[in-house]
Design a binder for this molecule. Sequence first.
Ligand SMILES: Nc1ncnc2c1ncn2[C@@H]1O[C@H](COP(=O)(O)OP(=O)(O)O)[C@@H](O)[C@H]1O
Ligand SMILES: [Mg+2]
Length: 385
Amino acid sequence: MLQETTTKQQNAGSGQNTGADQNAHVELKGLTKDFDGTLAVDDLDLTIYRGSFTCLLGPSGCGKTTTLRMISGFVEPTRGEILISGISQRGVPPHRRNTSIVFQEYALFPHMTVGQNVAYGLKVHHVAKDELRTRVNRILDFMGLTGMEDRLPTSLSGGQQQRVALARSLVMEPEVLLMDEPLSNLDAKLRVKVRTELKDIQRRLGITTIYVTHDQEEALSMSDKIAVMDEGLLQQYGAPWELYFNPSNRFVADFIGANAFVTVRIESLSESEIRLAIGDQRIALPSTAVADKVDDRDKDAKLSLRPESITIRPAGDDGTRDERRTLRGTVKANQFLGAYVRYWVEVEGQEVIVDDHDPRFQGILEGDVALLLGESDAQLFPIER
Ligand SMILES: Nc1ncnc2c1ncn2[C@@H]1O[C@H](COP(=O)(O)OP(=O)(O)O)[C@@H](O)[C@H]1O
Ligand SMILES: [Mg+2]
């Protein structure tokens, strides 16, 4: 397994997957876990593709860890089926599954050296001494840990400990690598660095990876595919790009990206455009961009607006001529965040978040402003989720 993949990895993230089953590696079918009345995972159907980096993303308590533990065999499903390479895992104990799991807390043995920690699983499996040494050395080398064999985990940095934990999993040469929030004990800067490393290792090995996180940025930046979960239910499964630009419901739109949701009234809906009222203001947006989830006329709906797709200008500025896409509002607060200024703007008693990515151009605005909405990034959702 420790051969770097030479064939170009299939891009599991792009659109329709024809002949999907051929590429399916881990299949969850109606997977359900009921902890005495708590439905931790509810009838989950998911196909994870061979060689892909797939994230389970969702808020705390949505059932991510339970799903991962069912795949690894540590938790018995209440109902449903797990297939790995087409083979049912029912009744297969954890150590007989071709999976390996990396936990948030690393769970390194503190009294064992790095080398001993990495060799532990091979020893338990009675791998012959020579082969054991070869495999341990190869993985230490691969992970940039050569020279640290004899150190104790406590003498290593958080990032190094995380690499040892990963090495300990990879040395087992699992078919499927499972990771449960493996970066959450690292500080913010290191987290970004290690996630780049992790992704690089995964790509070089081409190993099917299922990665649990509640951090949308982590999921967006690393994944071929993301399964968004809430309350045990799958909300959407798709490439990061798809989830961001075409969320299938309000939960996904809200969870991914810093969106504002504005209550609007649908005044008319035609093939080409949708006319909306927000308090006393009127706007029109192309119906292709907004109308696919809502079809009722004359009803209230929620308009989701991305902070980066709105242009903010001083009220009355010439740059905001497109009246049909312009909202008038008042700046309530702003934060200078270096690369951009984030504004909280009140529009008809509601809050809209706007990011100005080139603040040097107009400075920091206050008082009355005009907001020019990006045509295609606004999304309309029903009032109820
Ligand atoms: N062993 C358990 N016994 C009872 N309830 C559990 C157990 N493990 C998890 N749960 C419950 O199942 C739900 C999902 O938990 P979990 O899978 O850990 O979520 P996540 O990893 O997304 O934070 C939560 O409501 C949690 O309290
Ligand atoms: Mg968890």
